[in-house]
Design a protein around this ligand. Structure first.
Ligand code: AKB
Length: 314
């Protein structure tokens, strides 16, 4: 990795991945690309930022050639709940965008990181200790795009030798940029509400268990996977990784340790609940641990403390 393009750079993952990559590889070598015309101030101050529509092959191709890109972190996508409101747009952005990135990479010899998700699984997948290789019959457009994306990335590797690698992210928790339109968003919103109002109305049932991860672990995982010697990788795409599995009730009781007056109530959103019910409760991430040394650093205790400290400072 010498010259890197990050699509979807202003989103939840991108806004933390870009600074981490710039720190490691140099500000001028990491090109942040998003659909926003006015991104975060530091994006413009610290390195190149460009407006990019990933549904256009030519515009991606031009950026890759103009900036001599060798690696693309392709993050631009609609998240699960918002994708369900507009499946046609989700297919266009999530699938056409990935196809264009893979084609540009095939033509220009780039490596590609593709973030898959727990959303790539469905109701018939074993929900506890979900194996690396298992049944994937998702019933959401987000999941259909993710599993198709995993397969397409595998295909581009075996057929064209494009160096594709990917991770199935769990719900991601971060204090920097709020997520937009996901099913696991409650686990971020709850902190803002706990600090500001001391109460939160949750849109998932109290006992909905899902895999989760603190953003610093997620950022490190993406960079570590892309830096791994390819000869060590048997799976390449779509590694299960997790840090912790908890329910809204578990998270609320940890927050109460730091904010004793905090209370939670539940008003279930049927769409997001049914999406969450179709996802694993806890994945087996031993393939990632064995093949490239994945190991999380944050658990429920230290992520809760850090979120509260960081958001309170804000
Ligand atoms: C979402 O909830 O859509 C995402 C995900 C788990 O992929 N956070």
């Amino acid at each position: 990795m010498k010259r890197i393009l990050v699509t979807g750079a202003t989103g939840q993952i991108g806004s933390e991945l870009v600074p981490a990559l710039r720190y490691k590889y140099g500000n001028r070598n990491v090109i942040a690309a998003g659909h926003k015309r006015t991104p975060q101030k530091e994006f413009l101050e610290e390195g190149p930022y460009i407006t990019l529509d990933v549904t256009g092959f030519e515009s991606i191709n031009k950026v890759v050639q103009d900036y001599h890109i060798d690696t693309i972190f392709h993050l631009a996508a609609l998240l699960s709940a918002v994708a369900e409101q507009n499946p046609q747009a989700a297919w266009k952005i999530n699938m056409e965008g990935l196809y264009n990135v893979l084609e540009v990479s095939r033509k220009n010899g780039c490596s590609v990181f593709f973030p898959s998700s727990i959303g790539a699984f469905g109701p018939s997948t074993p929900s506890v200790s979900t194996p690396q290789d298992t049944i994937q019959r998702p019933n959401t457009i987000y999941g259909v795009c993710k599993v198709s994306g995993e397969l397409l990335c595998d295909y581009y590797f075996t057929r064209f030798r494009v160096d594709t690698r990917g991770i199935r992210f769990p719900g991601l928790i971060s204090h920097k940029t709020p997520p937009g339109g996901g099913t696991t968003d409650y686990a971020v919103e709850i902190f803002y509400h706990a600090i500001q109002e001391k109460r939160y109305e949750c849109f998932l049932k109290e006992d909905t268990y899902l895999d989760m991860m603190y953003m610093p672990d997620a950022i490190r995982s993406a960079i570590e996977l892309m830096e791994t010697d390819p000869n060590r990788l048997k799976h390449r795409n779509a590694f299960n990784i997790t840090a912790v599995s908890f329910s809204p009730a578990d998270l609320a009781s940890y927050i109460k340790k730091f904010i004793p007056e905090f209370s939670i109530s539940y008003k279930v959103d049927a769409v997001r609940q049914s999406i969450a019910d179709s996802w694993p409760r806890h994945m087996d991430d031993s393939a990632a641990r064995d093949e490239w040394g994945w190991k999380p650093q944050y658990n429920l205790e230290n992520l809760t403390r850090d979120m509260i400290d960081r958001l309170s400072e804000k």
